[in-house]
Design a protein around this ligand. Structure first.
Ligand SMILES: C[S@@+](CC[C@H](N)C(=O)[O-])C[C@H]1O[C@@H](n2cnc3c(N)ncnc32)[C@H](O)[C@@H]1O
Length: 284
């Protein structure tokens, strides 16, 4: 093994809008010689195309893209211990793949980058996988993280709301954990990775929802309103959109009760990209 380390950049690229790339991300991309792009499932094609468009828009010099298919993950295990073990197993196989990419596709001394959806610190395994590879010690590299605009920031901006209310906490949770129990304090809740529409089980509590799907892309959908009134509409929009695209990525903020404080907004933001003419504009 050569002593000269490879250099790895983990670049947050925003959650869909190419304009959400930061200047630091563009500078980092311009230092990169090889881009590693991992993808899988029905969304792979769209997300890979978006990454390629971003590279074309910002890079003029030579670079190489290495695409690889993310290892399969067992998504049938939903309960606590089995879920954690399925994720561990998947991360291990992801580490095998990334270790091979780094050692075979990057020369010692060269700079490679992983383009990470949104921000690398939020529900993304790239950093954990790189730590795992470093611990194994088979390939020497150092790494650097360039933060990105997360889907959570993009959601709040599109709805023109703050995530927290004055002096209160916020929770960020995957949908599956919300199904196990509703946080008991007075904080508001951001829900991600919710394939099962957990919000449909939370009506009757006086909650307000700010929901967004494909945020920042031309297919963006936004809905805000009292959950009891809009839950059915969000479910219908999700079903239609999923049927149309074959996949969906959505995130939402649940407020404990309707807004009255300035800056916490409730009327919905000015969506640039409406769809079906009915819900672009963050209708309430
Ligand atoms: C694996 S997590 C990755 C999160 C990402 N690191 C971030 O900073 O947004 C994927 C989840 O992020 C959310 N998400 C990512 N991009 C989104 C988008 N453009 N619109 C809405 N939700 C999005 C969805 O909740 C999706 O299930």
């Amino acid at each position: 093994m050569s002593d000269t380390p490879r250099h790895i950049l983990v670049i947050g690229m925003g959650a869909g809008d190419p304009d959400h790339l930061t200047l630091a991300a563009v500078k980092a991309m311009r230092r990169t010689e090889v881009f590693f792009v991992l993808g899988k499932g029905p969304e792979k094609e769209s997300l890979t195309r978006l990454r390629r468009d971003i590279l074309d828009a910002h890079l003029t010099g030579p670079y190489r893209v290495v695409e690889a298919t993310d290892p399969w993950r067992d998504r049938t295990q939903e309960d606590g211990a089995r879920y954690a073990s399925a994720v561990r197993d998947w991360r291990h196989r992801r580490a095998d793949l990334c270790e091979r990419l780094i050692s075979e596709e990057l020369e010692p001394g060269q700079c490679g980058a992983f383009l990470v959806w949104g921000d690398p610190s939020l529900y993304d395994s790239t950093l954990a996988v790189l730590e795992d590879i470093r611990r194994r010690g088979a390939v020497a590299f150092d790494h650097e993280v360039i933060p990105g605009i997360s889907s959570v920031s993009a959601l709040a901006a599109r709805h023109r709301v703050t995530l927290n209310r004055v002096g209160r906490p916020i929770h960020i949770t995957p949908g599956r954990r919300l199904a196990e129990g509703f946080p008991q304090d007075d904080g508001d809740i951001v829900v991600m990775l919710d394939g099962h529409e957990s919000f449909t089980h939370l009506t009757g509590r006086g909650l307000w929802i700010h929901w967004g799907a494909y945020i920042g892309t031309p297919d963006e959908l936004l809905v805000s309103g009292p959950l009891d009134e809009v839950a059915g509409r969000i479910s219908r929009l999700r079903a239609e959109a999923r049927a149309r695209h074959g996949w969906i990525m959505d995130t939402y903020l649940l407020r404990r009760r309707p807004e009255s404080e300035p800056g916490t907004g409730s009327a919905g933001g000015p969506a640039r990209h409406g769809a079906d003419g009915a819900h672009g504009g963050g209708d309430s």
